[in-house]
Ligand binder design. Structure first.
Ligand SMILES: Cc1ncc(COP(=O)(O)O)c(C=O)c1O
Length: 402
């Protein structure tokens, strides 16, 4: 069965920079949790475009809001006021407890802004601190600053030298973190649930060590919630579940449900050290992106989607643990929260992806051995059971190939 169109592949191969080895699937339409290929074949989307399509595909309220905004005003630049940035910033402040937002267009830009604001904070205090402490298995993005705090050698090595002032510590090793953080540390940066690193929640002990190290040295804490934030784990932000109080938080992905938008959320203490012209962006926070994000947050937090994440998240956990029990020897561990799950396999998880596509379910492999699930927040119980049934079959088939 042809799942790609030869013409699409040929043109891409000639003219698109080959930075991604794509799956052999050409997707043309989406509806809720389902995607459709050029033959009209359906796939349950348990990936959401890597944690982005929070409201699923073609959500009618979001589509209407985007269309209405496109017909009203899309972009003005940050040289003028418009009514939507403040509205979105206020909403994010209510959810995060951080009173200020800087808007940008992607996760890596949000992280980049957090790193710069941390440096700026120490400069303004007249006590410049250059160092960042980050985690092994972390992923924070592809621009130079974000890449400098990303541990994977495969991503880093071709672009070195990166920022020289980053110390990496083993994830969830409280003693290593405590030893690494000093009065030279500008900030600790961590994903409260490591995403690309294999869906690894920080442990309560490690969170306590972050808190203690910040209290002792004055180091700031940057929570990178690009993947775990905005309801994905059943909490508005997973740092809240861990009892952490970051001064800076990066968000992206789910915020626009496909319309590119990111944000750095900032404490008043840090915001007070930042002046006009310190950072900027042409597109960041334009009307189209803000309108989409306001609509997404209303759907998640005012119209029952957050409750759906908790309810269907429980079904995910139960069903995944049952699947793990039937695939003993293949599934080593089930990790996650809400609608963010990883199945750690005893071997490379790569064969599960094509086996899933064959059975009409889209999943992702990360950190070599982990099957990662980031379904849309609007997935129903029935859809979850159907999609996980297909994943179960894909695991069985890929296990048979081992
Ligand atoms: C935790 C985290 N931070 C930052 C990023 C970078 O986001 P983007 O790809 O939108 O630049 C990602 C992307 O996967 C991420 O998972």
């Amino acid at each position: 069965m042809a799942m790609v169109i030869d013409d699409v592949v040929a043109r891409e191969t000639r003219h698109v920079l080959q930075t991604y080895k794509r799956n052999p699937l050409t997707l043309v339409r989406g509806q809720g949790v389902r995607l459709f290929d050029t033959n009209g074949r359906e796939y349950y989307d348990l990936l959401s475009g890597i944690g982005v399509a929070s409201l699923g595909h073609s959500h009618p309220t979001l589509a209407r809001a985007i269309a209405d905004q496109a017909q009203t005003l899309i972009h003005t630049s940050n040289l003028f006021y418009h009514p939507l940035q403040g509205q979105l910033a206020e909403r994010l402040a209510e959810l995060s407890g951080l009173p200020r937002a800087f808007f940008c267009n992607s996760g890596t830009e949000a992280v980049e802004a957090c790193l710069k604001f941390a440096r700026r904070y120490w400069h303004t205090k007249g006590e410049p601190r250059a160092e960042f402490v980050a985690l092994d298995e972390s992923f924070h993005g592809r621009t130079f600053g974000s890449l400098s705090v990303t541990s994977d050698e495969h991503y880093r090595q071709p672009f070195e030298p990166l920022l020289p002032t980053v110390k990496f510590v083993k994830t969830n090793d409280a003693a290593a973190l405590t030893a690494a953080v000093s009065t030279a540390t500008a900030a600790i940066i961590a994903e409260p649930v490591l995403g690309e690193g294999g869906v690894r929640p920080l442990t309560p002990d490690f969170a306590a060590a972050i808190k203690a190290a910040c209290a002792k040295t004055g180091a700031l804490f940057i929570a990178d919630e690009v993947q775990s934030g905005l309801g994905r784990t059943g909490y508005p932000f997973y740092f809240q579940a861990l009892g952490l109080t970051p001064q800076l938080v990066s968000v992206g992905k789910a915020l626009g449900s496909g319309v590119p938008i990111g944000a750095a959320l900032i404490s008043q203490q840090v915001a007070d050290t930042i002046s006009y012209g310190d950072h900027g962006t042409t597109y960041g926070g334009n009307l189209l992106a803000c309108r989409a994000a306001i609509t997404v947050l209303e759907e998640i937090f005012d119209r029952g989607v957050a409750d759906n994440i908790k309810r269907v998240g429980t079904i995910f956990e139960q069903r995944l643990r049952a699947i793990a029990a039937t695939h003993q020897g293949l599934v080593k561990e089930v990790r996650g929260a809400g609608l963010m799950w990883g199945l750690e396999l005893t071997r490379d998880a790569a064969p599960v992806v094509p086996a899933g596509i064959e059975r009409g379910v889209i999943v992702n492999r990360t950190a070599e051995t982990v099957v990662r699930l980031l379904p849309p927040f609007i997935i129903t119980e029935a859809e979850a059971l159907e999609a996980l049934g297909r994943l179960d079959a894909a695991l069985a088939a890929s296990g048979a190939q081992a």
